[in-house]
Design a protein around this ligand. Structure first.
Ligand SMILES: Cc1cc2nc3c(=O)[nH]c(=O)nc-3n(C[C@H](O)[C@H](O)[C@H](O)COP(=O)(O)OP(=O)(O)OC[C@H]3O[C@@H](n4cnc5c(N)ncnc54)[C@H](O)[C@@H]3O)c2cc1C
Length: 285
């Protein structure tokens, strides 16, 4: 099928894009990589009279690493971030998550910002943003706002981005010291959205004790979920198995045609256990 007719806009500045969103209100939608929006338009699951394409706006397509942070512009392609040395060094958890997204054709067009703004709870990148305590910069009619990741994801496909606002960039904090990262997920086929997954970071002290832990779960609720109790337990001396069981105990996943709620809960424990083991092993190297 073809989408309903729409007017295409290609603004060259954030101000121009925000002005278009303000002028057209609910009739307008932001277009980034189009890998989620265009299929929905083509299937006529949704329609908009105006599409505001962000891809010609200078400055939204860059990756910058400074001390302590990797800033990824909203329209940086997932494939570009996957190949970026700055992401590999400064935000290894993001680098680990990217290859799990769909297929390379999707990642060649899909953007980091689009995945996070789309806020599919089964997506990898929202869970990475949550686990790393990323901060998100949005720009809109009232100016620029910085939103913490734990306040950004409100529900399935729903975020704290307000009317007329655009996600501009995402800051992923870099971890120092002896640390390791891993992403584990279970999907029916390679490239499918995960039934359940975990994005994990750990930091070890000189005696190889876990002193820092971050666990972001995806595919297990209406938003990505941070497994706080499991993190505290692991840094308090619990075993990997105990922490994984705690992470699964705290979630209330949905059941659907792809998997039952109980299956997702069991898989969540498995992926957390595997991810923690892999991250700790890497940190020990
Ligand atoms: C076959 C297939 C398999 C896939 N598998 C996976 C997978 O396994 N894991 C996964 O995470 N994703 C998967 N995806 C989705 C893919 O990652 C998309 O690229 C991503 O979800 C959306 O990014 P986009 O740049 O394409 O955004 P678009 O499709 O252009 O936009 C998506 C939504 O976000 C909004 N938006 C985009 N950018 C901004 C912004 N800067 N500010 C405000 N709003 C914005 C748009 O208005 C729209 O509502 C898959 C897609 C396909 C087609």
């Amino acid at each position: 099928m073809k989408p309903r007719a729409f007017q295409y806009h290609a603004p060259e500045s954030v101000g121009e894009a925000v002005g278009l969103l303000e002028a057209h209100g609910d009739d307008a939608k932001v277009l980034a990589g189009g890998q989620s929006l265009v299929p929905m338009l083509n299937l006529r699951l949704t329609s908009f009279e105006h599409l505001v394409d962000l891809n010609r706006i200078a400055g939204l397509g860059t990756i910058e690493r400074s001390s302590g942070t990797v800033r990824v512009g909203a329209v940086v392609r997932q494939a570009a971030a996957e190949r970026s040395p700055d992401v590999a060094v400064g935000a290894p958890l993001l680098a680990r998550a990217l290859p799990h997204i769909g297929h390379f054709q999707i990642r060649n067009r899909g953007t980091v910002g689009g995945s996070i703004a789309h806020a599919d709870p089964a997506s990898e990148l929202p869970a990475v943003a949550l686990a790393l305590d990323a901060t998100l910069e949005v720009s809109g009619p009232a100016g620029v706002r910085i939103i913490a990741a734990d306040e950004f994801f409100l529900s399935t496909w729903e975020t704290a981005i307000g009317d007329g606002e655009i996600l501009i960039s995402v800051d992923f904090p870099s971890w120092g010291g002896r640390c390791g990262f891993a992403v584990e997920e279970i999907a029916r086929r390679h490239g499918d959205f995960a039934l359940a997954g975990a994005a994990v970071g750990v930091g070890l002290d000189e005696d190889l004790r876990v002193v820092r832990c971050a666990i972001g779960l995806f595919g297990v609720g209406s938003t990505p979920v941070r497994a706080h109790d499991a993190e505290v337990a692991l840094t308090g001396g619990a075993s990997i198995g105990e922490a994984a069981a705690l992470a699964a105990a705290d979630i209330d996943p949905p059941g659907d045609v792809h998997a039952t709620a109980m299956y997702r809960k069991e898989v969540a424990a498995v992926v957390v256990r595997r991810a923690l083991a892999a991250a700790i092993e890497e940190a020990c190297l």
